[in-house]
Design a protein around this ligand. Structure first.
Ligand code: XIL
Length: 332
């Protein structure tokens, strides 16, 4: 048997995969249990999944994922409580049935919906979920203030973040609470995220960690830029996690291969090797690394940013270990 990734990384950090209920059975479940000791529900904890209609909660998928993790001694990352995507329209609809405008009444209503949502979702899982991505993708580095103009922001300003973190802390006092974002290696975005986390923590808002999604490709970003990303947050005294890593085999949106070329898979293996070597050097800061998928047969990159077959993970369509796996397991 080839080595288990979780065993190889045992001296550094837990290793996770984003999954759905479809990965809880058969060969996928076996692969998951063998190599990983953490999971993230890829969609099952998002607002559109858990509260599609006001007051009507659906927890079947999330329950199945969390119970699987508990039964197999795996950690769970809760993803995500507040986001500008996969949030039902009712959340931002006013009592007259119209899209909310920025009034004090609508702000109070939206914050009360947010609080009720977090109490229900976080409260259901208690200590079974140790980490929450309380808010996802709130930075827009093209804004002078760095804050994404989401419906949340337009209606509440920064109060949606203050409420979300405060309520999550109250309901799950031992959970670690994260702000999670993509492209955090890009200096302008990284610095805006840093400023927001510093401001919130100075106010006493309980932001414990910064999540770096790390949706990268075979030649971007460089290891040194990635190191600067990690280094930036060290003085803040926050935890850091790699939350959604995958390494696209494509260099731009125009490329498309029916099957992954061998040279791309080799380059990808070196990228996994080099980035994991960096993560190991920062193991005192990084408390978990999660890949956004289990194997190449199920990856969101097949439909983002364009539709084409990608191969961004450690295991192939037949669930066999790729060169990328060996880049982590046997970095020599
Ligand atoms: C993706 C899921 O993997 C897809 O199944 C879904 O259709 C869209 O969302 N950043 C995030 C994740 O924070 O929640 C996204 O997950 C991928 C990008």
């Amino acid at each position: 048997d080839i080595p288990a990734v979780r065993t190889v990384l045992a001296d550094a950090f837990p290793i996770g995969a984003a999954i759905g209920p479809q990965q809880l059975v058969g060969n996928h479940a076996e692969l998951l249990k063998r190599h990983f000791n953490s999971i993230t529900p890829g969609n099952a904890l998002k607002w559109d999944a858990t509260q599609p209609t006001e007051g009507q909660f659906r927890f079947a998928d999330a329950d199945a994922l969390v119970e699987f993790a508990v039964a197999n001694g795996m950690a769970v990352r809760g993803h995500t409580l507040v986001w500008h995507q996969q949030t039902p329209a009712w959340v931002f609809t006013d009592p007259a049935g119209n899209p909310m405008t920025a009034t004090p009444e609508n702000k109070a209503l939206l914050l009360s919906r947010l609080e009720a949502h977090i109490r229900a979702v976080v409260g259901r899982y208690g200590t079974k979920i140790g980490v929450w991505d309380v808010a996802n993708e709130v930075i827009d580095e093209n804004q002078a203030d760095g804050l994404r103009r989401s419906r949340w922001f337009e209606i509440t300003g920064l109060d949606y973040l203050r409420t979300a973190f405060r309520v999550a802390r109250e309901v799950a006092p031992t959970a670690t609470l994260y702000l999670n974002d993509y492209n955090t290696n890009v200096p302008a975005k990284r610095d805006k995220l840093y400023a927001l986390v510093a401001q919130l923590r100075a106010e006493g808002v309980p932001v414990d960690g910064v999540g770096h999604q790390m949706h990268v490709n075979i030649d971007w970003p460089s290891v040194s830029e990635t190191e600067a990303m990690l280094q930036k947050f060290v003085p803040l005294g926050v935890e850091q996690q790699i939350t959604e890593m995958d390494v696209s085999i494509y260099r731009n949106d125009a490329e498309s291969f029916p099957t992954p070329p061998a040279d791309r898979l080799l380059t990808q293996a070196y990228r996994y090797r080099d980035l994991f070597a960096l993560y190991r050097r920062y193991a005192g800061e990084i408390t978990s690394v999660t890949l956004w998928g289990l194997a190449d047969d199920d990856t969101w990159l097949d439909s983002f940013p364009v539709t084409r077959k990608d191969a961004p993970l450690l295991f192939d369509l037949e669930l066999q270990a790729k060169p990328a796996y060996w880049g982590i397991v046997d970095p020599s």
